[in-house]
Design a binder for this molecule. Structure first.
Ligand SMILES: NC(=O)c1ccc[n+]([C@@H]2O[C@H](COP(=O)([O-])OP(=O)(O)OC[C@H]3O[C@@H](n4cnc5c(N)ncnc54)[C@H](OP(=O)(O)O)[C@@H]3O)[C@@H](O)[C@H]2O)c1
Length: 258
């Protein structure tokens, strides 16, 4: 059982690795010896993140917009110039939109669906040749989808497309897990609760809202980089070889009390 959580020498992609949860997971993989490709749209922030992450290991940045098929194909073509296999794909890039039900705009539906679920599906599809090249029956390649606890229960927030996209991630994870196990690719998901990030800054930068959010979390705090990286390392390593199509909530107990 020695080195059960080892990811050293593995090649990983973390979409949305320039910020928040993606950055945290990229750091965790790098500190444990994986080579990590990060990707996002905004080049300045992506390059800053690559520089910061390079202190922990071999990190490469490739800009992309993963909400379009063109963007995904461009990313995978660039990745394929450098690598002939991909051990770990973390589909993390995501967006949110909040608006009242009666005025929720089409733009807020399409933007969120295009990155959170369409992008995740086609990114996985286009990475299949590289993932198949990495997986063996003894050590399968890994796809880790980032869902949300808002895809597991009603958050009560007017984030309709986000809720729908994240429940879709949960169900698509079981479907892909079933389809891909024969190709030696293991698919699981993580459903984070509250983690400080760009996406949650409207909460973390408002004292009253933070206080209220904390009343909903039995652990009495938000998630930390170690909390999310620990689960990503578990799902990326031999430790999770028998875990299949699952969505693991990492939320300090929030949904168990909802
Ligand atoms: N933070 C939380 O509490 C929480 C809770 C549950 C689930 N999540 C999920 O965790 C994931 C990461 O969220 P976060 O909180 O870390 O948010 P974040 O700080 O806003 O990071 C989102 C990342 O996704 C990238 N991204 C967005 N649209 C993209 C596109 N079209 N193409 C490529 N990259 C794109 C962003 O970079 P660019 O903008 O430069 O493209 C950024 O790197 C999301 O899937 C989110 O739904 C977060």
């Amino acid at each position: 059982m020695k080195n059960l959580f080892d990811v050293s020498g593995k090649i990983a992609v973390v979409s949305g690795g320039s910020s928040g949860i993606g950055f945290m997971m990229a750091q965790g993989l790098l500190e444990n010896g994986a080579k990590v490709y990060i990707t996002a749209r905004k080049i300045g922030r992506l390059e800053e993140a690559q520089k910061a992450l390079s202190e922990f290991g071999d990190c490469v940045a490739i800009p992309s917009d993963l909400s379009t098929l063109d963007g995904i194909e461009g990313f995978v073509a660039e990745l394929s110039k450098h690598e002939t296999r991909l051990d770990i794909l973390i589909n993390n890039a995501g967006a949110v939109w909040a608006a009242p039900l009666d005025s929720f705009p089409e733009e807020g539906w399409d933007k969120v669906m295009d990155i959170n679920i369409k992008g995740l599906f086609f990114m996985t599809q286009k990475c299949l040749p590289l993932l198949k090249a990495a997986g063996t029956p003894e050590n399968r390649a890994r796809v880790i989808n980032i869902a949300s606890i808002n895809g597991l229960r009603n958050s009560g927030m007017p984030t309709y497309s986000y809720t729908a996209s994240k429940s879709a991630v949960v169900h698509l994870t079981t479907h892909l897990a079933t389809d891909l196990v024969g190709d030696n690719i293991l698919v699981n998901a993580i459903a984070p609760g509250y983690f400080p990030s760009k996406m949650t800054k409207s909460i973390t930068e408002n004292e009253a809202m933070t206080k209220y959010a904390l009343t909903k979390i039995p652990a009495g705090r938000m998630g930390t980089p170690e909390d999310i990286a620990g689960t990503a390392l578990y799902l990326a390593s031999r430790a999770s070889a028998f875990t299949f199509g699952q969505t693991i909530a990492i939320d300090g107990g929030q949904i168990s009390t909802a």
